[in-house]
Design a protein around this ligand. Structure first.
Ligand code: NIG
Ligand code: FE
Length: 383
């Protein structure tokens, strides 16, 4: 049972050269002297954790909206009335790049402390060219100021801004023709995301943005099948996106199409929990289809103010009934696949030497504790 499918090496060692893993195996088989050795004091060594879905850079917070929801108001109704994502848009537009960075740094440090070495950050609270670029630049600066890799995703198609009120399709065209090409030309876009949902963008809007991404040679992802079965899974598969994320209401045929296309399902249990969502992603159908499942925080101010990837491991197991091995693969190798990164997520020769060290007795502990952090160290590119 212990760690089925995880490829555990007892009393193991990892050797690195020039930031890459050179060798991994039982310590007794380690050959040759090393310029430098580190005794991990019995800690378990995992691939550095990857949070493959966050909205980490934004202004303000939504604690007041949380209180309103506690009093009975509904997430969708608040958004339709101009709050929700749009209230974070106003706070984000009001913040300069330094202020966005200053707010994001402690959030990032919280994730790093748990062993995260690669972090995806989406825009999507600017909803206009300048403000989207500001978010992406602040995200890139996180990666320059802290020891981790940051992957930036343009999510300008997150909500319809007030300038385009009542003209959703026009805004989608504006994203495809103006915002995306400009952000890509600025070198700030690693991937493109669209909120494909009854609350946001429809098939035609989404196709416009995905086609524009494809023309620029950029990979894409979708927020999909969250508040309704919008057919996002099948749409994402048709467009060969890297991942479709959320999927609380996706249908089994759509999930099978994703598996056939090599698209990853990103599970976001913090959002399910925080919105008290009763619909669950169909894990049985995902397993039956052989669909790869990643797990992420979806850290954002509205639906998942969750700065703990370890807590998400627990929630993925308790709420979605993932096994320990599925959950741990979900924040390592499958999260790397959700970002299109083949150079990390496992401990294997040739890959980046990004590692996370944990003082635990067995891997299940990483999914078991609630609010306890056993991470004792991180290695990023061999350092
Ligand atoms: O991933 N689903 C859309 N976007 C975010 C929530 C954004 C917000 O409420 O600010 C999500 O859940
Ligand atoms: Fe999200």
């Amino acid at each position: 049972m212990q760690g089925d499918g995880l490829g555990i090496v007892e009393d193991g060692a990892v050797a690195a050269r020039a930031g890459r893993i050179a060798w991994v195996g039982p310590r007794a088989d380690l050959a040759g002297p090393a310029a430098e050795t580190t005794d991990c004091a019995g800690a378990w060594i995992l691939p550095g954790l990857i949070d493959c879905h966050t909205h980490l850079v934004f202004g303000g917070d939504r604690a007041e909206e949380f209180e309103r929801r506690l009093a009975g108001e509904d997430y969708a109704a608040i958004l339709k009335a101009g709050g929700g994502i749009l209230s974070t848009m106003r706070a984000t537009r009001a913040a300069d790049e330094d202020a966005l960075l200053a707010a994001a740094l402690p959030r990032t440090r919280a994730l790093l402390a748990e062993g995260v070495t690669t972090l995806e950050v989406k825009s999507g609270y600017g909803l206009a060219l300048d403000a989207e670029l500001r978010q992406l630049r602040a995200a890139r600066r996180l990666g320059a100021e802290l020891p981790l890799s940051v992957v930036t995703t343009l999510l300008a198609a997150h909500a319809v801004p007030p300038e385009f009120a009542g003209r959703r399709a026009d805004y989608a065209r504006h994203v495809a023709e103006i915002i995306l090409p400009a952000a890509a030309a600025a070198g700030l876009v690693d991937a493109v995301d669209v909120f494909h949902d009854p609350l946001a963008f429809d098939d035609a809007d989404t196709a416009l943005v995905l086609d524009a991404a494809a023309r620029l040679g950029l990979p894409a992802k979708l927020h999909g099948d969250q508040h309704g079965d919008a057919g996002s899974a099948a749409l994402g598969a048709r467009h060969r996106v890297l991942s479709v994320d959320h999927l609380e209401r996706a249908s089994p045929p759509g999930l099978r199409a994703m598996a056939d296309a090599g698209t990853v399902a990103v599970l976001l249990p913090g959002c399910t929990y925080f919105l008290r969502e009763t619909s669950r992603p169909d894990i049985a159908a995902m397993r039956a289809a052989g669909l790869r499942m990643a797990v992420a925080t979806d850290f954002n101010p509205g639906s998942s103010p969750a700065l703990s990837l370890l807590l998400m491991l627990n929630m993925a197991c308790t709420l979605f009934r993932l096994t320990v091995a599925e959950a741990l693969r979900g924040v390592t190798v499958q999260a790397a696949a959700a970002l299109g990164l083949a150079d990390r997520g496992r401990i294997a020769p040739g890959l980046r030497c990004d590692l996370a060290l944990f003082r635990i007795a067995r891997p299940a502990e990483l999914c078991y504790w609630l609010g306890h952090n056993p991470c004792t160290g991180r290695v990023v590119e061999g350092r």
